[in-house]
Design a binder for this molecule. Structure first.
Ligand code: ATP
Ligand code: MG
Length: 638
């Protein structure tokens, strides 16, 4: 048996012994009394009786051994600034913010909503909350007032922490007016708002409620705020899912299990070592930002590089598609984490930029968030000359479900597959209607997880245990299993392939096809930059596939003849590779695809437009213009 297979087997057969061992990777004030408690399944309690603190594990415990080493490196190509904080400095900054929050009445169990850009103060605030035992709820900076309002209402924060503005591609986005409007719309009103002023946009302060951070932080310059010891099962934070398939769900996470899961993943999956630098290009508004910008790298004693800006702009604020690689060279980044969407953006740049810098420090680039198609994986892998490691997870899981654990044993990655189940995850493929387990290779079904879910996994839906059980655990008749709502297969070597969302499965004349399979085939065409495939109701066939393609050469958009020729080529390619049934009924060419702010394709919205329905909740959409374009493509007159 391979080393990883043995490691995995132990995690499944003797989870208590396995996780008791992993629990030694973090500091405990009091060690856990009981490793695993499943008496209220599907709810799971990890490490009951243990007390610990995320901020202690991320910051304080490193002071004695690496206090002067860098902990947080903040780079903004929006403001042209670069700053590094050592663990000691980070410790001081976090305590200043913690003392300020305390002065505003924040204590254990209170909610603090964070609506901030990618500036170091955002990380200080998250860590300050963890230090006080307050529950943070980070909302992606720049979300519209309505989406922010619904989150304020759900989280009922005592304090909101924000800033004057964010910036994107040099364009300032004033946050304060958005926040004021959100608070006005919300039934719940916070007691106080703490505002960091970057000097980017003017702020109107509301007397008695709004407080500028600078004077408060200065007042608490030398503050000593001890960590509040929390029970392992106390809540650390809540965060919303991306809203790709519907109304976002409020994911609630514990403290001890999460700390252990992150520490273990840094060792076994990311293979990141203390003293090195980790660079995740995500945003603190997403789960990747929580786990692998803030907590994970710091718990491992690594410096984390926090980046504000586009991947295509330099520190001098001039266009520069090589900025990320320049930072890798400069800070000797060993582990990098990004998303397929970001790589597709880079794909439109000069590939020579990938070769311009010394990337010898980099051991691997991890990508997650969306299916990583083989052509994109190949392109970036060849361009950078480092292993590309796909990893599949969800806001709900907090850390990878499927990938390869190179920290345990060097394992082959297969392009197109995120990998194999990670330790602690009992992943199965079930027949979508009968619920029967599909054990033969390459049978398509729903990807599910059998309980008990491992440490770090969501505890419940915030304030709604019933929604947690009903939404996730009751989709398969007669079985209590967690549905990922993703559709996939497992090959003969045990590697999984995600074929799309269960909602996106197309039924063409009785045949089940994942949209992803068709997209993968289309994205292999040299003239295709990006593609989305949706199933559209059809009177004759039940459903037909409709493809929306962003061509690499924009000229195709204005050239009907070139478009027609490319449409033919794309259709032929799909028919050749997957069969005539999979061939899209139409291939439409557009300049951009509608995505969430986290860069995920909003297929449900495209599908709704194709079927002439209302696209529903679009508060998390990045660029409404892209959907408008699709509408126009479908009915050029209207
Ligand atoms: P919502 O649940 O609100 O509709 P969402 O599912 O997009 O939104 P996230 O938790 O951010 O919210 O995304 C998780 C989903 O992203 C997974 O269920 C899967 O569909 C997709 N995903 C993530 N990583 C990968 C990957 N490596 N390969 C394929 N799909 C992935
Ligand atoms: Mg989801």
């Amino acid at each position: 048996m391979s080393r990883y297979a043995e490691f995995y087997r132990r995690s499944i057969e003797t989870p208590e012994a396995f996780w008791a061992e992993q629990a030694e990777l973090i500091d405990w004030k009091t060690p856990p009394r009981q490793i695993l408690d499943t008496t209220r399944a599907p709810f799971v309690h990890w490490f009951a009786g243990g007390t610990t603190n995320l901020c202690h594990n991320a910051v304080d415990r490193h002071l004695a051994t690496r206090g002067d080493q860098p902990a947080l490196i903040a780079v903004s190509t929006e403001t042209g600034t670069e700053r590094s904080y050592s663990f000691k400095e980070l410790h001081a900054e976090v305590q200043r913010v913690a003392a300020s929050l305390k002065e505003l009445g924040v204590g254990k169990g209170d909610r603090v909503l964070i609506y901030m850009p990618m500036i170091p103060e955002a990380a200080f605030t998250m860590l300050a909350c963890a230090r006080l035992g307050a529950i943070h709820c980070v909302v992606f900076g720049g979300f519209a007032s309505a989406s922010l309002a619904s989150r304020i209402e759900d989280a009922t924060p005592k304090v909101v922490v924000s800033a004057d503005a964010g910036s994107r591609g040099g364009k300032v986005i004033a946050y304060k007016p958005l926040l004021d409007e959100a608070i006005r719309l919300s039934m719940h009103k916070p007691d106080a708002v703490l505002l960091f002023d970057r000097g980017l946009a003017p702020m109107d302060l509301s007397e008695g409620r709004d407080h500028l951070a600078a004077p408060l932080v200065e007042k608490h310059r030398d503050a000593q705020v001890p960590c509040t010891w929390l029970d392992a099962t106390d809540i650390s934070y809540t965060i919303y899912t991306s809203g790709t398939t519907g109304r976002p769900k409020g994911v609630q996470r514990d403290t001890g299990g999460y700390a252990v899961a992150l520490a273990a993943s840094m060792k076994h999956i990311f293979d990141g070592r203390a003293g090195e630098t980790y660079f995740s290009t995500s945003d603190i508004g997403w789960v990747v930002g929580h786990s692998y910008i803030v907590y994970g790298p710091l718990i491992a004693g690594m410096a984390t590089l926090m980046y504000e800006g586009l991947p295509t702009q330099g520190l001098d604020r001039q266009p520069d598609g090589g900025i990320w690689w320049q930072l890798v060279e400069k800070y000797k980044v060993t582990v990098m984490f990004s998303a397929p969407t970001a790589v597709r953006v880079l794909k439109k740049q000069d590939p020579a930029l990938l070769k311009k810098y010394d990337l010898s420090s980099l051991r691997a680039l991890f990508l997650a968030g969306e299916p990583l198609d083989e052509p994109t994986a190949r392109w970036i892998s060849e361009g950078l000359g480092v292993p590309i490691i796909d990893n599949y997870w969800q806001t709900e899981s907090g850390w990878p479900i499927l990938t390869v654990a190179n920290g345990v044993e060097t394992t082959r990655s297969k392009f197109g597959s995120p990998g194999v189940p990670m330790y602690g995850y009992k992943v199965k493929i079930l027949h979508e209607s009968t619920g029967e387990e599909l054990t033969a290779p390459n049978e398509k079904g729903v990807v599910v997880i059998e309980g008990p879910t491992p440490p770090g996994f969501m505890q419940t839906v915030w304030r709604d245990d019933e929604r947690f059980v009903d939404t996730y655990w009751k989709t398969v008749p007669g079985k209590l299993v967690y549905s990922t709502f993703d559709w996939g297969i497992r090959d003969e070597d045990g590697y999984y392939y995600i074929l799309g969302r269960t909602d996106d499965v197309i039924n063409v004349a009785g045949h089940r096809l994942g949209t992803r399979e068709i997209e993968e085939s289309i994205s292999g065409h040299a003239k295709v930059a990006e593609v989305a495939v949706v199933g559209v109701a059809d009177a004759l066939k039940g459903q037909v596939a409709m493809a929306f393609v962003v061509p690499r050469d924009g000229a195709v958009l204005g050239d009907a003849q070139a478009a027609l020729a490319l449409e033919g080529e794309v259709m032929k390619q799909v028919a050749d590779q997957l069969g005539a049934l999979a061939r899209p009924a139409r291939v439409h060419f557009v300049g951009a695809l509608p995505k969430t702010r986290s860069g995920k394709l909003l297929r449900r919205a495209i599908q709704a437009v194709c079927e002439g329905r209302d696209p529903g909740d679009l508060t998390t959409i990045e660029d409404p213009g892209a959907l408008q374009q699709i509408r126009q493509t479908l009915s050029p007159q209207g």
